[in-house]
Design a protein around this ligand. Sequence first.
Ligand code: GDP
Length: 195
Amino acid sequence: LNFGNAEFVRSAASPSQFVRDGAPQIVFAGRSNVGKSSVINRLLGRKNFARVGSAPGKTSQINYFRIDRQAYLVDLPGYGYAKVSKAEKERWGQLMESYFQDEGELITLGVLIVDARHKPTADDCVMCDWFRQSRCPMIVVANKVDKLKKSEVEANLQLIRDTLQIAEGEPMVAFSAEKGEGRETLLRELSLHCG
Ligand code: GDP
């Protein structure tokens, strides 16, 4: 699968705009500011494909990118931004519920991006549950690992595993969107779920 061949398809703010063509969908989720856009840009080898640092939490929409004409990379709206209104949070919840319950979507992999430095938040655990309930395989990406000392990495990954209750055999990738660490490992995992 050639991740260099990516094109923006559309944004969906409501179920009528969802993409339901039967092609596999790899779904990216994460807290606002965790670096989800940066991870996607790093994976695709592009600079400003997914928007980096744009007003966090302001975008309650799902972005679809087509990869190599055969799969979709689906960018879910970031969550957990403190300054978001209650109405906006409810809109996020409804959009997620619609997306995960939609029969037409073929979700083949959930990619949950968390901050390598911190214990996953309650919101991260909720997102993790969305993926589990949809019964798709899931991979956790611990981003911003460049901000940790080498000696801290292992304990932090274990804390993330424990908090999200990730089984030993389930994949987790230490990642740095900034430095590129983990890119090859993650691309390999994604390729396994595209066909
Ligand atoms: P999003 O809201 O999850 O899409 O996050 P962004 O991609 O906009 O990134 C939020 C901020 O974190 C930006 O200032 C990025 O430059 C920074 N950032 C993202 N990934 C990394 C990383 O791996 N390492 C470091 N040090 N900073 C990162």
